[in-house]
Write a protein that binds this ligand. Structure first.
Ligand code: HEC
Ligand code: HEC
Length: 156
């Protein structure tokens, strides 16, 4: 009589374990799909305040595209006009005081240097974004690599 009960018992154990572990395994980000029900009429949230204090932000890691610390409201970025480059292109940085787009922006995908910004770096806002003063949509547990034991060179 014991034999047929054993698989049943095992199955029950697995089920209980799965139910208990579910909250821990369920690292599911909050849904960003919007309102429930989806077609409901809800007031739009207030337009956030952009961060435009002109303070260049520390990068979270060396190859991070730096975030934009100024307003880009109304800056045209199209095939014929790139407002960003009117300040950030090498030729204009002395007058604008803007940091020059770095050398990687002049490289094509084979690493060859070009005279002007590479086409793949032309749409600036594909990588660089302004910041707004809002709560994050999903929780973020990112930790700087220096908190994980990496020692900055020359710090001893
Ligand atoms: C009127 C000149 C001007 C224009 C136009 C402009 N910028 Fe800037 N940008 C600056 C200046 C000056 C700084 C240095 C920080 C400051 O004063 O805001 C800067 C800083 C930045 C930084 C931060 C760099 C770093 O190392 O932290 C980024 C990224 C940036 N701009 C991207 C853009 C993008 C993308 C656009 C177009 C949508 C743009 N900028 C348009 C002048 C300009
Ligand atoms: C494909 C992504 C990408 C695009 C498109 C792009 N950038 Fe960048 N940008 C980066 C990354 C990554 C860095 C940091 C590492 C580096 O310099 O390559 C950076 C660095 C910068 C810096 C800081 C340079 C320095 O030496 O401190 C400025 C300013 C900048 N970008 C402006 C621009 C502007 C203006 C445009 C549009 C003409 C642009 N970027 C397009 C990814 C991009």
């Amino acid at each position: 009589m014991v034999r047929p009960l054993l698989p049943l018992f095992c199955a029950a154990t697995v089920l209980v374990a799965a139910v208990l572990a579910a909250p821990a395994l369920g690292q599911d980000a909050p849904r960003l799909t919007g309102q429930t029900p989806p077609m409901a009429d809800v007031p739009a949230p207030p337009v956030p305040k952009w961060v435009r204090d002109d303070v260049r932000r520390m990068r979270a890691y060396p190859e991070q595209p730096p975030v934009i610390p100024h307003s880009i409201e109304g800056y045209q970025l199209s095939v014929n006009t790139n407002r960003c480059l009117s300040c950030h292109r090498r030729e204009f940085t002395e007058g604008s005081g803007a940091p020059m787009i770095s050398i990687t922006h002049y490289m094509n995908r084979d690493g060859q240097m070009l005279a002007d910004v590479s086409p793949r770096r032309y749409p600036c806002t594909a990588c660089h974004v302004p910041q707004a003063d809002v709560a994050p949509l999903v929780p973020n547990t990112f930790r700087d690599m220096s908190e994980l034991g990496a020692r900055p060179a020359g710090s001893e």
